[in-house]
Ligand binder design. Sequence first.
Ligand SMILES: NC(=O)c1ccc[n+]([C@@H]2O[C@H](COP(=O)([O-])OP(=O)(O)OC[C@H]3O[C@@H](n4cnc5c(N)ncnc54)[C@H](O)[C@@H]3O)[C@@H](O)[C@H]2O)c1
Length: 509
Amino acid sequence: MGAGIAEVLARGGLAVVGIEVNREALERGRGNLESSTGRAVKRGKLTEDAQHEILGRITLSTDFADLGDCDLVIEAVPERLDLKRTVFAELDRVCRDDAVLATNTSSLSVTDIAVTTGRPTKIVGVHFFNPAPVMKLVEVIGTVLTEPESVARVADLVKGLGKTPVTIGDRAGFVANRLLFGYLNQAAAMLETGHATRDDIDAAMKAGAGLPMGPFTLMDLIGLDTCLEVLEAIFAESRDRRHAASPLLRELVTAGLLGRKTGRGFYTYDKSAPAAEAAREPGGAAPTVGVVGVGPLADAVAALCDRAGARVGDSAADLAGCDLIIEAAEDPEAARALLSAAVQAAKPGTVIAVTSVDGSAIRQAMATGRPSDVVGLHLPDPAGALAEMSATVATDPDVADRAAALLGRLGLTVARCRDRAGFIVDALRLPYLNDAAAMLGAGYADADSIDAAMTLGCGYPTGPVADLDRIGPDRAVAVLRALHAEIRDPALAPAPLLVEHATAGKPLR
Ligand SMILES: NC(=O)c1ccc[n+]([C@@H]2O[C@H](COP(=O)([O-])OP(=O)(O)OC[C@H]3O[C@@H](n4cnc5c(N)ncnc54)[C@H](O)[C@@H]3O)[C@@H](O)[C@H]2O)c1
C-alpha cells in the first residue's frame, strides 16, 4: 500500500519521501514503484518521460529524519497497533509540529493511535483502497480529537489527487469495510450451515445482485487473514454476532489457506488447471410450462418462457401436459388456491415450482398435497438470467435435480439452496442494505458518501442507498421482516429510517 500511495502522491505532482524499515524492503518498494508505473507505460497510459518525472519526485530512505520537512506523513506499516504506535512516536519526534500525521489503517482505531502521540489534534485516518493508483475512493477519518482543519487539509489534498474523499468519524471498518465485511462473513456462515454451496452463492451474487465477483472469490482475493483481522476489529466494536468471524473462515486461516496468495482458500488456484467454469444445467429442448397466477410476476415468467421458446399454457388441459408448473401468484392465499387446482390437473411427475411470497416454500408445498414434487423458485430480476431454486425437506432429490434441469432449459442460471427466507440473494443483500440504512439513520455518513464508498471502494455497480430506492423501501422492509421472523436476529429488524420511508412511501434520496 505504501508504494501505491507514494505513486498516487507523485502522480499528483507532489514531492514524496518513502521510508522503509531496511535496505532490502526499500529495494522491494522501489521495484513495486518501477513495475507499477512501467505497466502504465506499456498500456500507453503514461509516457516514459512522465514515468521518469513521477519516479524522480520520490526519494527513498530508511532514515525517519528525512521526514523532517514534510507537511503530511501517511503511515502504511503492517496492521498492528503496537507497531503503529512505535512508528507514530518516531514520527512525532522527527516531524514538524504543524505536520499532519495520517494512518492508512483498515481496521484499527485511529483514536487508539492518536492518544499516544503528542499531537492528537493532527492525527487523521486516510484509508486508501487497493490498488491505490486505481481505486478512486479514499476514506478520510477524523477522531473526536482531530482539529477540523487537519481533516479538511487531507480531504482537499485527496480531491486534488483526482480521488473522491469521504469524510467520516472513527468507527471500526469505516463505511466500506463495515458494510462489506458483514456481508462477506454472512456468506461464509451460509456456506457453513449448508444453506447453499460456495459456487451457488458466488454465482447467485454475480448474476442476481450484479456484483463483479461473488463473496468467496472476493475473500480469496482480499486474503482470508485480512478478512479475519478486519472482522475481529469490527466485532470488537459492534458486538453484532454477524461480525463474529465464521468458524470456517477461522479454520482456513489457521490452516494457512489464505486465498489466492497461498494458492488455496475457499477455492484452489492451480495455475496448470483450466479456469473453473460456472456449473451450468444441461441444455435441451425448451420444456412445456404451465404458469398459474395473474399479475406482473406471472407475466414476467410467461415472457421468459417465450424467450426460451417454451410452450406456455394456463388452462386445465395445458397444465395436464406440462413438464413444469410455475406458480407466480401475487398473494399467498391466491397462490394456494390456484396451486391446488393446478396440481389436480397435472400428470404425475410434473415438477411444481412455487414463487413463495413470504420467502419459504414448505407451506405452499404442503398445501399442494404433493410436497415431494415441489421446489421454491425466486427470480431476483425477472428480466435477468438467474433463478434461485430451493428444495424443502419434503422435496424428492430427483425432483430437485429435474427442476434445476428444466429451469436450465429455460435459459436460466440456477443457484440452488435450502428453503429459507430470502433464498441466497435477498438473504445476503437485504441485511447489507439494512446496515447501510442504519448507518444513514445514525448520521455516520450521508447517502452520497455511503454510495461512493461501495461503488468507488468496493467496485459495486450501484450504492446501497440507490439500491434501496430501486428495490423500494416497502419491499426491502417486507423482506427484512421475513428474514427477521425466521432468524430472530435483532440486527435483521428493519432500520427505523427504512421503516419510516416505507411508511411515508418516500425514497431515501
Ligand atoms: N493490502 C490492502 O489491501 C490494504 C488496503 C487498505 C489499507 N491497508 C492497510 O495498509 C497498511 C499496510 O498494509 P500492506 O498490505 O501494504 O502491508 P504490507 O505488509 O504489504 O506492507 C507493510 C510495509 O511496511 C514496512 N514496514 C514495517 N515496519 C516498518 C517500520 N517500522 N517503518 C517503516 N516501514 C515499515 C514493511 O517492510 C512493508 O513493506 C495496513 O495498515 C493495512 O491495514 C491495506
